[in-house]
Design a binder for this molecule. Sequence first.
Ligand code: SF4
Length: 287
Amino acid sequence: MAKRSANKPAKRKLQSTIKEVFGLVRNQYDVPPPPEQKLPLIEEMILAVLAEDAQEARARAALVRLRERFCDWNEVRVSPIPELAEVLADLPNPTDKARRLKNLLYDVFETEYTFEIDKWTKGGIKGLSSKFKGKGWFTEYVRERLARDVFCNNACPVDGTAVRVWSRILGVAPEVSVVQPLLRKALPQKDFADVDAVVREHGSVLCTERVPRCDACFLAVSCSYVAQNAEGLAVTEGAGRSRARSNRSKGKTAERARGGKAGSKPRSSAKAAARSSDKSRTKKRSK
Ligand code: SF4
């Protein structure tokens, strides 16, 4: 009993850090609005697979590309993995995503012989789980996201990226079973979709898997990872704050900083390219 009450202040501190960090991250990144029309169940399932450990906007753009490139989901099902990976090239691990997507489509087709499966929504998330539990593509994140988006459940999906980001910030174990209850306790249900999207964005842009970019991160001041690695990272409180301001002024989304539309260059590199081509033209004329 005494032990439980001793943990309470620590938990409250973690919850207030979550609220504070969520406010900062939500200000920093644009959250794509929900689709105007409800998607068919098969597309919600595909989107859940594409979005895991990826940026939400890129996952949605990939779904649109798949619709445009292939005549139907059966054509996607029978297409070779390298061809699908090419369409999914701007998502992390496109080959693995393509494999999971094909497995999903095979499993659905073998169960129903059609992709018109909206009638499955009647069985709720439990019915869907009973069909696909144990399948590699039907991860905990996919299940929770479908529960949230299709079945209006109060699910709070947490993928590997979110676990990594939150465990670094809060200094807790990198486990879904640790992070998810803290998020549930700290945030209202209406924020579960936003926190999922913006934290995946942050994990893709700054808090990356191998080497987090703490020197450029607007959360450095309140991050446990920085506090624990202060000497190696050499991040000062002032630097963290001024970088936060500078990041915000550079534009709200890192998507834009990375080049916005697929295939276009980031603005700065486009300017550099224009400058270098001007210089070479000037040199040629002077010769
Ligand atoms: S300061 Fe570093 S570890 Fe902390 S959230 Fe930012 S990038 Fe991640």
